[in-house]
Ligand binder design. Structure first.
Ligand code: NBP
Length: 479
């Protein structure tokens, strides 16, 4: 077999198959491999005419089909399968070859794999890929980590197959060393959870407080999609809400079980944020909201709990309320992104990744699930000031959220009065209010900790740590 393929893809389920086709459609010769060879042959049979594919059955054949340095993309189920595939292929590779893991790996696994493979001289690139199967085929947003030198030869190929933002920029950049790419992909997914939860809360408020039908709400989302909320998720929300179930004639959203599933990347975002000490309350609420929705027995047992008497809004009140919900949604969205970017900057500091936050915003502008016009503005904010302490420190975002806050509060008042759960909106507002607060009750918390555990506290008026002799004469001593 001639070593002619510029890239190889192993793992040809929905993502790998579409990624392989994307490379081939862009003129690259692609070697194909899958544990079960039937998938490889099916791909060639169905799509072989799209480009230059080299079908292989064994690991040896696959590796032999690749030009050097070899570029081998793994698109298998994340976790043990990824380790199994690495173990199978690594002994067949040579120094300078590259393994690119495009699955949804945990960044800590990516760090471990990168370290182990580095000892053999193999470049391991953990690359977050977002955009689902359509993105993989037509252009995903790609978040590669790994050794920067691997990007010299890999980067141009990834740039070719990636999505392009409205200004033509490819939605891929070298995010940072070792696990940086998968870390950023993880936070991307956490933000995606938050975006979806906030949209869900807006929908439920428009339905239960304003009294709109799903079709009317779809129209409202379509209108919002022409403004500052312009995004893929708002666009598909309108599509889902306007869809009618063929079997019953009911709105599709009314015939779907209201139990949201999750695969884990949102949960990881929150777990890692806890480890790093970063408050990602909006993302956490989104993860918890999904898990609460799935507790059907608990929900069933709670149906009889008392709630407020709902009162319907008039038509003009409903329309004004919808405008307020748009403000609340936008303000809460700013907070989710603020929290997500905080987590990325904390991860970057912890692991010495030196991640360019503006570049991250830039590569999320196309291809990925959270793509949105809004990301252009985040990029502009970080481009203007790379060391921005938080997105809320950017003048434009600060002004916008300030202008939205009255309506945001009004929406939450209505939600509370009418008993509509809005954990995402509420967490976002609490975060905003906590950040702007002159004083927080943390001072009291410190007093309590010192009282029961002699944990000491610091004073506002002088340096040092102190302890009050709570069980004695309550005099203060140095801690
Ligand atoms: P799956 O996550 O469903 O994985 C199926 C593939 O893994 C098949 O090719 C299967 O081979 C292979 N595989 C398994 Br399972 N165990 C293996 C093992 N021990 N050794 C070798 N191969 C093994 O595929 P997917 O949905 O295409 O996703 C691929 C990756 O991309 C995942 O990490 C996923 O998290 C990530 N991702 C998915 C999406 C999406 O929208 N689906 C988006 C972004 C990222 P077989 O054919 O022999 O069973």
């Amino acid at each position: 077999m001639s070593s002619s393929a510029q890239i190889g893809v192993t793992g040809l389920a929905v993502m790998g198959r579409n990624l392989a086709r994307n490379f081939a459609r862009n003129g690259y010769a692609v070697a194909l491999h899958n544990r079960t060879a039937a998938r490889t042959h099916a791909l060639v049979e169905e799509f072989g005419s799209e480009g230059d594919f080299v079908a292989t059955e064994t690991a040896k054949e696959f590796v032999a089909a690749l030009e050097r340095p070899r570029r081998l993309v793994i698109m298998v189920k994340a976790g043990e399968p990824t380790d199994a595939v690495i173990q199978e292929f690594a002994p067949l590779l040579e120094p300078g070859d590259m393994i690119i893991d495009g699955g949804n790996a945990h960044f800590a696994d990516t760090r471990r794999r990168e370290r182990d493979l580095r000892e053999q001289g193999i470049h391991f690139v953990g690359a977050g890929i977002s955009g689902g199967e359509e993105g993989a085929l037509h252009g995903p947003s790609i978040m590669p980590g790994g050794p920067v030198e691997s990007y010299d030869s890999l980067g141009p190929m990834l740039e070719k197959i990636s999505a392009k933002a409205a200004d033509g920029a490819p939605c891929v950049t070298h995010v940072g060393p070792d696990g940086a790419g998968h870390f950023v992909k993880m936070v991307h997914n956490g933000i995606e959870y938050a975006d979806m939860q906030l949209i869900g809360e807006a929908y439920q408020l428009l339905r239960d407080v304003a009294g709109y039908s799903p079709a009317q709400i779809a129209d409202i989302f379509r209108t919002w999609n022409t403004g500052r909320l312009d995004s893929y998720l708002i666009e598909i929300t309108a599509e889902v809400l306007s869809h009618v179930d063929a079997a019953t004639g009911e709105p599709f959203v009314d015939v779907v079980q209201d139990q949201a599933e999750q695969k884990g990347t949102g949960r990881w975002t929150v777990q890692i944020a806890l480890d790093l000490g970063v408050p990602v309350s909006g993302i956490a609420e989104a993860v918890f909201a999904r898990s609460l929705s799935g507790h059907s027995a608990l929900r069933e047992a709670s149906r009889g709990l008392a709630g407020p008497t709902a009162s319907a809004l008039s038509e003009s009140e409903a329309s004004a309320f919808a405008d307020q919900v748009e403000q609340a949604l936008y303000a809460s969205k700013i907070v989710s992104y603020t929290q997500g970017f905080h987590e990325i900057s904390a991860g970057s500091a912890e692991y010495d990744w030196n991640i360019d936050l503006g570049a991250v915003a830039s590569i999320w502008r196309g291809g990925c699930i959270i793509r949105a016009a809004f990301l252009d503005r985040i990029r502009a904010a970080y481009d203007a000031r790379a060391d921005l302490p938080s997105l809320l420190s950017d003048d434009t975002f600060a002004q916008e959220i300030g202008a939205a806050q009255d309506d945001w509060r009004a929406v939450l008042v209505a939600a509370v009065q009418q008993g509509v759960p809005t954990p995402g909106f509420a967490a976002a507002l609490a975060y905003y209010d906590a950040l702007r607060a002159e004083r927080l009750p943390a001072a009291l918390t410190q007093g309590q900790r010192d009282f029961f555990g002699a944990h000491t506290y610091r004073r506002t008026d002088r340096e040092g740590s102190f302890h009050t002799l709570w069980g004695g004469d309550r005099s203060e001593v140095s801690g």
